[in-house]
Write a new protein. Structure first.
Length: 93
């Protein structure tokens, strides 16, 4: 599912840890809506202004969040947060 010009739902829910541990990381429709808002209001404008962005961690199911030792009140579990790297002139920051 395409969320914006440069972001897809797939990249916002991708987790190598979830794949490795066999943890489902599928958001419900309310979480998908939150992810869409995050992308449209924050991430795509950042991308448009600064250039390529790599999402390191987007949505995390509660089980995935527990597996990585995330906060019990993490906004990642609501689809309202993303850890990212901004690529500036070919360098990761």
């Amino acid at each position: 599912m395409r969320l914006s010009k440069n972001f897809s739902l797939k990249e916002m829910i991708k987790s190598n840890t979830a794949l490795r541990l066999g943890i489902k990381n599928d958001p419900n429709k309310d979480v998908v809506r939150n992810i869409q808002i995050l992308v449209l209001k924050i991430l795509q404008p950042l991308r448009d202004k600064l250039g390529p962005i790599r999402i390191n961690s987007g949505y995390r199911s509660e089980n995935l969040n527990k597996a990585i030792g995330g906060s019990g009140i993490s906004q990642h579990c609501k689809g309202q947060a993303a850890d990212l790297n901004i690529m500036i002139k070919g360098k990761s920051n």
